[in-house]
Design a protein around this ligand. Sequence first.
Ligand code: KIV
Ligand code: ZN
Length: 512
Amino acid sequence: MAIEPDRLVIFDTTLRDGEQAPGCSMTDREKIRVAHALAELGVDVIEAGFPAASDGDFESVRLIAREIRGPVICGLARCGGNDIERAWQALCEAERPRLHVFIATSPIHREHKLNMSRDEVIRRAVEGVRVARALCADVEFSAEDAARTELDYLAEVVQAVIEAGATTVNIPDTVGYAVPAEFAERIAYLRQHVPGIERAVLSVHCHDDLGMAVANSLAAVQAGARQVECTINGIGERAGNCALEEVVMAVRTRADRMQVHTGVDTRRLAPTSRLVAAVTGVAVPRNKAVVGENAFAHEAGIHQHGMLRNQQTYEIMRPEDVGLGGSRLVLGKHSGRHAFRSRVEELGLALDEAELDRAFIAFKTLADRKKEIFDADIEALVLRSDEVGAGPWQLVKLRIASGDGPRATAEAELAHADGTRRRECAEGDGPVEAAFSAIERATGVTVELKSFDVRNVTVGEDAQGEAVVSVAHGGRSWQGKGFDTDIIQASALAFLQAVNRISARRDAEQAA
Ligand code: KIV
Ligand code: ZN
């Protein structure tokens, strides 16, 4: 991949490193939706998954490779076994495929995980890159735990893989251990001591265990790295990965210091962040830099006063630059399918005809209950219509009685994909608990409720509520999200989504 010297390559790994974090799993449909949004956002590389990890991962990488045009589509593979061939089978239909091979290089990983000598690790790395290069012209090599690898040895590894044909060499801080000045020195050392380093793009991949993933990535860029690996909202293993939106806005806002630019359309940052939060059920903290709800809110009187005189007194970026232009009133009861379709397209939500039909029906139903339909309402509708067919159960009716006695009661009627219907009643301390219990009884799926949140999607008395639930089942955590103008209904839909995900996984495992 030929790049200009001041172009920073944005490598998004939301669908691989992000998706592998607890509670962040996505269905194939959700992955495709996120991949389309990343392409619209203008990332250079989408790491779509780790095809050898499971048949499900293989299939989702293959779907993305077939469907997404524009960015490079990348698949991860270990050096060794038949991971690389498997990754290539998943990727080979991509317009611009990349094979990403890795092996750990640090002493602790060599000794305790791989049980390999330094020479053996280099031999495997070189072999992996050669096998990958025989299949694909674009090959990235990652030295896992590079931040804790002896510098002189890391330089040897990097030189060997470039000679073997790696076109990008990635230096991960796998455990989020580095501090910025030290990490920058590591990059500078490699640039000075590896003959032929200019033949590959130098990349970094930082985890956030000490809250320094973004700072470390930016320090590396100042030292000459030209690819940053990151995820939307910083989702990822443990404390997460480097947050894409923060790196992109830092590079843009401090172009004077960073001296690089990206190809990202920054106005798509907030919508993409909302999409990833919605499909994973992992909410964005209110005070999250760049895309949090409060990132541009000014509460203190003295700040508001300054802002009224000149926005730049307290604002270094404009909300509209990151796509937080405020809720736009877009459509109403009389808007037709054409207007609905064009707004959906402007929002970057790729829908096929059947999906558009479902979302439009849901839009008309919502428009009957709600005077004004905002962008966030449309995003919620589209995601909700995605869930149709994503699991075996649909909520047909929910009746709640509460307020008269000490306990609330719920009656839930559910339809199963096999054509049967179940109706169950349950009691609870409140209407939400009663509704959840009725759904458990009807579906036969029992879970432990871990967290439950409700917030409004837009403003106004008739605003849609968004409910997010997290439940534990079978040793794993599962998320669900629901939207409705009635918050009890939204809560029941969120709970049912989590139950549907559990049922769909159980059915798939039984069928395999
Ligand atoms: O954190 C890490 O080291 C990784 C590599 C596989 C790139 O995710
Ligand atoms: Zn990682």
